[in-house]
Design a protein around this ligand. Sequence first.
Ligand code: PLP
Length: 429
Amino acid sequence: MHKITLPSEEIPRKWYNITPDLPVEMPAPKNSEEGGNLENLPKLFSKGVLEQEMSQDRWIKIPKEVRKVYKMIGRPSPLFRAKRLEEMLDTPAKIYYKREDYSPTGSHKLNTAIAQAYYAKKDGAERLCTETGAGQWGTALSLACSMLDMDCTVYMVRISFNQKPFRKTIMQLYGGEVIPSPSDQTTFGKKMLKEDPNHPGSLGIAISEAVEDALNNENAYYSLGSVLNHVLLHQSVIGLETQKQLNIAGETPDVMVGCVGGGSNFAGAIAPFIKEHIDGKINCKFLAAEPESCPTLTQGKYAYDFGDTAGMTPLLKMYTLGHDFVPSSVHAGGLRYHGMAPQLSLLVNQGIVEGRAINQKDTFQSGVDFAKAEGVVPAPETTHALKVAMDEARECKKTGEEKTIVVSFSGHGMLDLKGYDDFLNGKIV
Ligand SMILES: *Cc1c(COP(=O)(O)O)cnc(C)c1O
């Protein structure tokens, strides 16, 4: 089967929360003496998502309003088999990819944006503030806010703002207000600009600005596009649908691959399979692909650290390169984050998920190969996962194993053609 679809009635009715099924207990977030304070959380997040953040319930009902919007944006997303890619690699492996690029904003991020806007509105908020790196998250939240009649303010990492002017255009056409970060709108942004007027920005800095904005404004909540438990919870729709689709195809996964920035698309895609793996029902390898220039899982420490640069968030136990780490400006802007989701970090620390660091040139080559074979231009983030999946498939060619490889195809790259252009012109070394 080349394309496996599900009817809209098959949109999951419940999100799957991995917390109670983790092999060891999640280390709790901590207050820090320097600033990050758990008491601030209710000023930052709606009751709905805070409850989910702490929840020990395995299944959490998806409100019918949220399911309705999931339907409007075209969920369930299809699962494709990459037949031509398999032929090109001359591999006995079967490669499937779960197409989150099908969403109107081109990535998985709407899955949580819609839920977060819904709970914020239910709690009386009129506006959401957030940061965006590559622009995918800001785009998703702008559209989600527009669909739920809310305002949206997006602090966009300056380097991406300059590299990707059309991202700004999309956010604006959905009604979002876009501010390059560091900006002169917040105390922290002003401080950064004073140190370096040409500061390229980073996700950590943009988070600090959005948090400051939400803390200082009663009618606004802050919204995070990755890392936190509730975000991974919302992304479990990817894995739950994939489970049904693989069932239809009569497959069980041997290898699951995804790219990781904060870890949400990959964690969402694998969550139900992790449970099956721990229960001994499947025997699967889980591979998290990250850029060599921001090697959180492969070079970072498993320690308590801040989620942002200014140290305004509570401390989270996660793999981290240090909250003041500023990665070089790789094209995969969505993977430039110093930390990693605590749930995914725990799975890596327990040896269930494995990190793989990938060179930027190799990722673009994989993106080009994939586009030629399958026709879909992958996001530069997604190409990291493809590189790892293609390496696994090449390995199968050597060993003759007919493994089933499943890729979380997090998004398309039609707005990231600058990176591909640089690659094709030999400017990426
Ligand atoms: C944001 C983004 C990522 C990285 O975020 P995660 O939370 O790790 O999923 C990956 N791929 C695409 C296309 C993105 O937009």
